[in-house]
Design a protein around this ligand. Structure first.
Ligand SMILES: NC(=O)c1ccc[n+]([C@@H]2O[C@H](COP(=O)([O-])OP(=O)(O)OC[C@H]3O[C@@H](n4cnc5c(N)ncnc54)[C@H](O)[C@@H]3O)[C@@H](O)[C@H]2O)c1
Ligand SMILES: [Zn+2]
Length: 356
């Protein structure tokens, strides 16, 4: 798939074993490369570090390790990564390879976007969520104590390489959590994707590669189309991708690192869809269908025991807040473009209590 963004266009390539000869592939795609760094985390390094570095030996990569998962996404890590870039003498024609899940992709992308005012990054996702969502679109991020993803930049990758072989070591929990973003894409844009997930939950959770590849392929196209239409989230079109994320981010921030991003988003999708029924936007049948699919993936949709006041505080720090009003992405059906609306605090609080 090509993501068409003028001089920032790039391709997303997918194939089993695609990264086996990574060096050759990268030199073909980025012939003027002068050096490279692999940013990854200890778990991924232990599983794949050796083979990936060996595949890149002609480029003598510098290996940079950040903590696993959400703990990597902070300002200190950005300082550490960029410090290693400087020590290694990487110049403006270097390439940063973000090898990992969404967390590594976000933080390595952020560091690349500010090093020497921006160097190229290749996203090589190792989680399902990374392949079907976070590696595409150039949003980079770090968290702040006061909220999730409050720091960051837009920095499109130069290439995205999806190798489904990485998924074989991924815990089932992360497959389920990753599929939440696929269900989200189905609800906001494509009923066939939604139905495919509904009909193949067991196969997907058991890592049937053919089914996973089909889901990744469909999602890649949906996400790319949104990015092409509204690269910097200025027209309100890309905002649809934030369905489930207003409450999701607040829950994730409050429970990090105990909860996965996708698990928090699932709670947020269920909540936003219940709000939408109250405004007469979506039928209860559609909300139930979404609930069944998410629960079928092993997700719990109840709001964890958190103070509602805290949740409201974090939701008010969401990037979508304008004039202190919390703006929600509200579904209008399965596979139907959602709408955005400001919602009064009273209704938000009442509905939070209901999903406890
Ligand atoms: N930039 C975007 O557009 C975008 C979109 C969606 C989500 N995100 C971000 O992505 C993050 C979540 O990403 P995630 O769900 O990929 O989780 P993650 O990156 O936190 O990884 C989850 C865990 O899986 C481990 N892991 C990764 N690959 C593995 C593999 N192949 N085998 C075994 N273990 C492996 C990691 O070390 C980590 O402990 C969140 O921070 C979220 O905000 C960003
Ligand atoms: Zn997400």
């Amino acid at each position: 798939v090509t993501v068409n963004l003028g001089d920032r266009s790039y391709s997303i390539k997918m194939g089993y074993g695609l990264t086996d000869d990574l060096g050759k592939l990268i030199i073909e795609e980025i012939p003027d490369i002068t050096g490279c760094a692999i940013v990854t985390s200890p778990t991924i390094d232990r599983l794949y570090g050796k083979e990936v570095s060996e595949g890149l030996s002609e480029l003598s990569p510098v290996n940079i390790l950040v903590p696993d998962g959400e703990e990597a996404k902070n300002w200190e890590t950005v300082g550490m990564i960029t410090g290693k870039f400087i020590e290694s003498g990487l110049d403006r024609k270097c390439l940063v390879i973000a090898l990992g899940g969404g967390a590594v992709g976000d933080i390595a992308g952020f560091a690349s976007s500010i090093y020497l005012r921006g160097v190229r990054v290749a996203q090589v996702p190792t989680t399902l969520l990374g392949m079907l969502d976070s590696s595409i679109g150039g949003k980079t991020a770090a968290n702040h104590n006061m909220g999730k993803n409050l720091l960051g930049s837009f920095h499109q990758p130069s290439i995205v390489l999806d190798d489904p072989k990485f998924l074989l070591s991924l815990p089932k929990r992360d497959i389920g959590a990753g599929l939440v973003e696929a269900v989200k894409h189905g609800v906001i844009a494509n009923v066939h994707l939604f139905n495919f997930i509904q009909d193949n939950e067991e196969l997907l959770l058991n890592k049937d590669i053919t089914s996973l590849v089909k889901v990744i392929g469909l999602n890649t196209r949906i996400k790319s189309a949104y990015v092409e239409k509204d690269e910097r989230d200025l027209l309100g079109l890309r905002a649809a991708l934030n369905y489930g994320h207003t409450l999701g981010h607040a829950v994730e921030r409050l429970l990090s690192p105990k909860i996965r991003h996708g698990e928090a988003v699932a709670i947020g999708m269920n909540y936003a869809s219940i709000l939408a029924t109250k405004l007469g936007l979506i039928t209860i049948e559609d909300v139930k269908a979404q609930k069944m699919v998410l629960e079928g993936l092993g997700l719990s949709l109840n709001l964890p025991e958190l103070s509602i006041q805290n949740i409201m505080k974090f939701m008010k720090r969401d990037k979508k807040v304008v004039n202190e009003k919390i703006r929600f992405i509200l579904p209008k059906g399965i596979g139907v473009e959602p709408t955005i609306a400001n919602i009064e605090d009273n209704l938000l609080i009442k509905t939070l209590k209901e999903i406890r």
